[in-house]
Design a binder for this molecule. Structure first.
Ligand SMILES: [Zn+2]
Ligand SMILES: [Zn+2]
Length: 369
């Protein structure tokens, strides 16, 4: 079969490799229909994620058809149309039982092999899924292949980011409703201001999610015009990072306070710094961008004096799907708008270059056979 493989930083290679086999009785082999190229694949591609084995098959986003099944796999059969979270999970450990499926004690990230340990990714014609019963999810009727692909990571991750922000603000809103009569008649999120920093796939999905969850006022910051346009179509007011002054603008709108919630969807120090500065005292910084920095751009003293609420971490996709599948079925957004490039696996090398350099107005690449 064909697969996109990691060779060394800034070099992937499309290779012909053996079709994976069932190794354990809880494995499933999925015949891939669509796989995705994601911002976190770039961490591998650029070598930020150190120690990845040469010839690891790239990619952690894939949906397809169950092709072969281990003898101990329950609730799945050959021919089922399924999607996979970007990491697998056992469904029964300490973390899985608490809904933190992304920290499963037996969980592994697809497309991540180090010293021979780990599992290959989905940018291939077939992929082996260990712990398949508790990992794979059957795709309901009415969800297209491309939208199902977005559910593997970016849509759930964006939703998780927005939901985390709103959950952390909830005590302030219930306090407000208790003490201010006029707020009792209002919708929960009528008066809050949310800002999204970064309009890549995850940022765009967090905009749609925040609006779906009831947010009325949302601003989106990026320096790429095409991305700001999609953000606007999803319902955000765009702010250009370079041509405008985002901090001034948000202060203007909020009587000098700053945003109630900032959803940070980039994952570097400058975006985290901007997010902190955009935030009002006791606001929520919900950070979802995978960040390889080893320090914060603000210090504990800054955090203390802002009564900062900071929340981050890897999305537990398998658990969040219980909310995002109904979200998708509500048909309120055309999520596929973010897919700017449908390419073939054989174009893998070119696809990584386009995506990495943000060429050709690229937002999201998917691979189809
Ligand atoms: Zn991803
Ligand atoms: Zn588990």
């Amino acid at each position: 079969m064909q697969a996109i493989t990691f060779q060394q930083p800034y070099k992937v290679l499309v290779k012909t490799v053996p079709i994976p086999k069932i190794l354990q009785d809880t494995d499933v082999i999925v015949k891939v229909c669509v796989s995705g190229l994601c911002g976190s694949d770039l961490h591998v591609y650029r070598g930020d994620e150190v120690g990845i084995d040469k010839d690891t098959i790239m990619g952690h986003e894939f949906m397809g058809i169950v092709n072969e099944i281990g003898s101990n796999v329950k609730d799945l059969k050959v021919g089922d149309r399924v999607l996979s979270p970007f990491s697998n999970c056992c469904g029964e450990c300490f973390y899985c039982c608490r809904g933190i499926t992304s920290r499963c004690e037996k969980g592994q990230l697809f497309g991540c092999l180090k010293n021979g340990y780990g599992i290959h990714g989905g940018q291939a014609e077939y992929v082996r899924v260990p712990l398949a019963s508790s990992t794979l999810v059957k795709i309901p009727e009415g969800i297209s292949d491309n939208t199902a692909l977005l559910l593997c990571d970016v849509l759930c991750t964006g939703y998780f980011c927005a939901e985390n922000g709103l959950n952390e603000l909830a005590p302030q809103i219930s306090y407000l409703k208790q003490y201010k009569l006029e707020y009792q008649k209002k919708d929960e999120y009528d008066d809050i201001v949310v800002v999204v920093v970064g309009c890549g796939p995850v940022g765009l999905m967090s905009i749609a999610s925040a609006i779906y969850l009831g947010v009325k006022t949302i601003y989106s910051i990026d320096s790429i015009q095409e991305r700001l346009e999609i953000a606007k179509e999803f319902g955000a007011t765009p702010i250009h990072l370079i041509d405008e002054n985002p901090i001034e603008k948000i202060k203007e709108i909020t009587n000098g306070r700053g945003a109630d919630i900032v959803l940070e969807a980039v994952g570097n120090l400058s975006s985290l710094d901007l997010s902190f500065k955009l935030l009002r005292p006791a606001g929520v910084l919900s950070s979802i961008g995978l960040n390889h920095s080893n320090t914060f751009p603000f210090n504990p003293n800054d955090g203390y004096h802002k009564n900062l609420k900071y929340i981050s971490g890897r999305c537990p996709v398998r658990q969040i799907l219980t909310k995002t599948i109904p979200f998708v079925l509500s048909k309120k957004f055309n999520f596929e708008k973010i897919i700017t490039h449908e390419m073939k696996l054989s174009d893998g090398e070119k696809a990584y270059e386009i995506f990495e350099k943000k060429l050709d107005k690229c937002v999201k690449v998917v691979f189809k056979k």
